[in-house]
Design a protein around this ligand. Structure first.
Ligand code: ZN
Ligand code: ZN
Ligand code: ZN
Ligand code: ZN
Ligand code: ZN
Ligand code: ZN
Length: 401
C-alpha cells in the first residue's frame, strides 16, 4: 500500500468531532460521517439540533440520529486497518510481539524465535516467510464441501464456489475464477471512481471559472459605468465653460450698445444748464430786449431737442435664451433610473466562456447555478421602464450586489 493511500485511510477513519477512530460511524444526508455517540452528544449540548460541522446550513436533529445509515465502508476500513496496526502477540509463546507470519499457518503470527522453532521440520520449511503485518492471501474453504478451497464466484447465486460445486449444483450457472472476478471488479470500481473524480474536478473547475468570470463581468460593468459617467462629467464641464463664455460675449455686446446710447445724451445736460443759466442772467440783468429778440433761439433749442428725444428710444438688447437649462434637470432622473439587477437562470455570458474551455458533452448538460447579472442601461435612449425609486430604496437595491 502506498504511503499516500495509507494517510488517506488514516484520515478517513478519524471522526471530525472527537478526533478518534470512528465508533459506530453514521452517514448524514449531507454525506459527512460522525460517530453515533458524537452526534448524540452534540445534539444534546445544542437543544437537540445542530449544524453539520463540515456543512454550513445542514441541520441535524436528535430524533433522526438513530435511523441514520451505518457507514459500512468506514467500518470495514477500521476492521482491516485496526488489525494491521495493533501489535499482535506471538501465537506460539504468547509473550513476545509477532514479527513474522507465513503463507500456510493460517491466522498465526510468530516472534522470530518461535518462527524458527515452529518451522524447523522439513515439511514446514516449505512455508513462505513474510513480515507479520504483510497480509497473507486469505484462503477460504467451501461451505458445502469443507475440504475444498473456493476458486470461483457464481454470478447466478452471488456465492463462492469450489471445483466440486461447479461440477454439481452450479453446473449450469454463470461463474468465473475468483482472481478474474476480482480483477474485473477492481477495474470497474477504479474506472467508476476515476470517472466520479473527473466529473467532480470538472464541477469544481467550472465553479472556479464562474467565479473568475463573475469578476470579469463585474469589472466590465464597472468600466462601462465609469466611462459613461466620466464622459458625461466631461461634457457637462466643457459645456458649462462654453455657456459662461457666451454669456460674457452677450453681456459685453449689450453694455457696449448701451454705452453708445449713453454717449449720445452725455453732453445734453450741459446744454440744458447753459440755456437755463443764460435765461437766469438775462432776467437778473433785466436785459428783456435781448431775451425777447433771442426767444426764437430758445424755442428752436426746445423744439430740436424734443424732436430728437421723441425719435431716439433706448436700444433693444438681445437676451440669452436658457429655457433648455431647466430641462437638464431631467438628466438627473435618467441617471438615477439607470441600472437594475436582473435574475437569470440562463447565464449566456458565463456559459459561452465555459464552452470555450470545455468541449466535452456532459459539461453542457450540467446546470450552472442561478446568478444575478447587473444590466446597466447607460446607453439606452429610451426612458428605462422601471419605477422611480426614492434615494433610500435605490441604495438598498444597489446593496444587493
Ligand atoms: Zn466521534
Ligand atoms: Zn455534512
Ligand atoms: Zn513466540
Ligand atoms: Zn508456517
Ligand atoms: Zn463446494
Ligand atoms: Zn450458482
Amino acid at each position: 500500500m502506498a504511503a499516500e493511500n495509507q494517510d488517506t485511510i488514516e484520515d478517513s477513519i478519524i471522526c471530525y468531532i472527537c478526533h478518534r477512530v470512528y465508533d459506530d460511524p453514521r452517514i448524514l444526508p449531507c454525506s459527512h460521517t460522525y460517530c453515533r455517540k458524537c452526534l448524540e452528544e452534540t445534539a444534546l449540548a445544542n437543544k437537540d439540533q445542530f449544524e453539520c460541522p463540515l456543512h454550513e446550513g445542514f441541520t441535524v436533529s436528535k430524533n433522526t440520529i438513530e435511523s441514520l445509515p451505518i457507514n459500512r465502508i468506514i467500518r470495514h476500513l477500521i476492521n482491516i486497518y485496526g488489525s494491521r496496526q495493533s501489535p499482535i502477540e506471538c501465537s506460539n509463546c504468547h509473550s513476545a510481539v509477532s514479527e513474522y507470519r507465513c503463507d500456510k499457518c493460517e491466522n498465526e503470527t510468530f516472534c522470530s524465535k518461535c518462527y524458527q522453532t515452529v518451522h524447523k521440520p522439513p515439511v514446514m520449511q516449505k512455508h513462505q516467510q513474510m513480515s507479520a503485518n504483510e497480509t497473507a492471501l486469505k484462503v477460504n474453504f467451501c461451505t458445502s464441501h469443507r475440504d475444498e478451497k473456493v476458486k470461483y464466484w457464481c454470478l447466478t447465486c452471488s456465492q463462492l464456489l469450489c471445483t466440486d460445486c461447479i461440477l454439481l449444483e452450479h453446473k449450469a450457472h454463470q461463474y468465473n475464477l475468483i482472481p478474474k472476478m476480482v480483477q474485473e471488479l477492481e477495474l470497474k470500481i477504479t474506472n467508476n471512481l476515476n470517472n466520479i473524480q473527473m466529473l467532480v474536478d470538472e464541477k469544481l473547475n467550472q465553479a472556479i471559472e464562474c467565479i473568475n468570470e463573475y469578476g470579469n463581468i463585474a469589472d466590465s460593468y464597472r468600466k462601462r459605468i465609469q466611462d459613461t459617467m466620466s464622459c458625461l462629467r466631461q461634457a457637462i464641464d466643457e459645456h458649462e465653460q462654453d455657456l459662461l463664455n457666451q454669456i460674457l460675449i452677450v453681456e459685453n455686446e449689450q453694455k457696449n450698445q448701451m454705452e453708445e446710447y449713453k454717449l449720445r445724451w452725455k453732453y445734453e445736460p450741459e446744454n440744458v444748464q447753459m440755456h437755463k443759466a443764460m435765461l437766469d442772467m438775462l432776467l437778473l440783468t433785466k436785459n428783456y430786449a435781448i431775451l425777447l429778440n433771442g426767444s426764437q433761439e430758445f424755442e428752436d433749442y426746445v423744439t430740436r431737442t424734443n424732436d430728437v428725444l421723441k425719435q431716439t428710444s433706448i436700444p433693444i438688447a438681445s437676451y440669452y435664451e436658457l429655457i433648455e437649462l431647466d430641462q437638464l434637470e431631467a438628466i438627473k432622473k435618467y441617471i438615477f433610473h439607470c441600472g437594475r439587477y436582473v435574475k437569470t437562470n440562463n447565464c449566456l455570458l458565463v456559459r459561452s466562456a465555459l464552452k470555450q474551455h470545455s468541449t466535452q458533452e456532459h459539461s453542457s448538460d450540467s446546470t450552472v447555478p442561478d446568478i444575478h447579472v447587473a444590466l446597466v442601461e447607460l446607453t439606452s435612449n429610451e426612458y428605462p421602464n422601471v419605477m422611480y425609486l426614492p434615494k433610500q430604496q435605490r441604495q438598498k437595491r444597489l446593496c444587493r450586489k
